[in-house]
Design a binder for this molecule. Structure first.
Ligand code: BJW
Ligand code: ZN
Length: 244
């Protein structure tokens, strides 16, 4: 038995050939991106069904784009923090590594993560509601709902809203990573939004050693093997340093 939780996790990671990581808004909170459900969370001021649903977009695309324009402006000024960078380092050292993120801010790919699924989409991509084409789009500001250069259809943010299905390829890749991992690190998610809310029990049932890193306890804290309370930017880098 190792002397501290950090040492215990480091020992597990050192032995593991297959590691999966699930991240949520908490990891980007340390970069200054608001979470959804905390005291300063986005849903304190906005009702999800009014802005993050296909019905909301059909009712008022202008209002929905206004919200995304505000979010884009906010996120554009943020950079990856030490926790994002530590996960890039971990990816380099683990033979079979996969990062599943619920975050749409793009900070993981900006940090350099390559083996990842952005299961809720990416705020820097748009999708045509008519022809389905997905394309990168970094425009700021977006003052009016944009249209598809190919077919003229209305463009929407390439984000998974409530009631919408996740990309089957992303889900397949995620479940493979969850079914095969020896260690699952869950960082900065409240664990209430499905299907990601089921990922901890799925990996646990398959025998993974499951670790939660979060500022506060979550519905999964009692299920995991080790729950560490603290900031992602303080804890995650400690897991990947080679020093004792
Ligand atoms: C820190 C920290 C620091 C802070 N360091 N930690 C089964 C049962 C019940 C319901 C459903 C079900 N299956 C599907 C549903 C419906 C729905 C759902 O789950 N609803 C629940 C609310 C109950 N799910 C869906 O609709 C999904 N689709 C789907 O499953 O399709 C099939 C289907 C449909 C309908 C019925 C049945 C099946 C799609 C979900 C898409 C979620 N999209 C969103 C919004 C996108 C909008 C946008 O971003 O523009 O994605 S919701 C929002 O929540 C966002 C996030 O990715 C997601 C998760 O939030 P996250 O990351 O956990 O953030 P927070 O704020 O909740 O938590 C932050 C955490 O960080 C906290 O714990 C803090 O303590 C911590 N923290 N600072 C460490 N510094
Ligand atoms: Zn189109």
């Amino acid at each position: 038995m190792n002397e501290s939780p950090i040492q215990e996790i480091k020992a597990r990671l050192a032995q593991a050939r297959t590691v999966t990581v699930l991240t949520g808004a908490g990891i980007s909170a340390d970069s200054g991106v608001p979470t959804f459900r905390g005291t300063d969370g986005l849903w304190r001021n906005f009702r999800p069904e009014e802005l993050a649903s296909p019905e909301a977009f059909a009712r008022d695309p202008h209002l929905v784009w206004e919200w995304y324009n505000w979010r884009r402006e906010l996120i554009a000024s943020k950079i990856p923090n030490a926790a994002h960078l530590a996960l890039v380092e971990l990816e380099r050292h683990i033979e079979h590594f996969w990062l599943i993120t619920q975050n749409v801010d793009g900070l993981h790919p900006t940090a350099g993560s390559q083996k990842l699924s952005e299961i809720h989409g990416n705020i820097w991509k748009v999708r045509c509601t008519a022809c389905g084409m997905i394309s990168p789009n970094h425009d700021i500001p977006i003052l009016n709902p944009p249209h598809c250069p190919t077919c003229g259809g209305l463009l929407r943010p390439h984000i998974v809203w409530f009631g919408e299905s996740l990309d089957p390829q992303d889900l397949d890749r995620s479940y493979t990573a969850l079914h095969t991992c020896e260690v699952l690190l869950i960082i900065g998610t409240s664990g209430v939004v499905y299907p990601a809310a089921s990922f901890a029990p799925v990996a646990k049932e398959r025998g993974a050693y499951v670790v939660e890193i979060n500022l506060d306890p979550t519905p999964h804290s009692d299920l995991v093997d080790l729950a560490i309370q603290g900031r992602a930017k303080d804890i995650v880098p400690q897991l990947v340093t080679t020093s004792a």
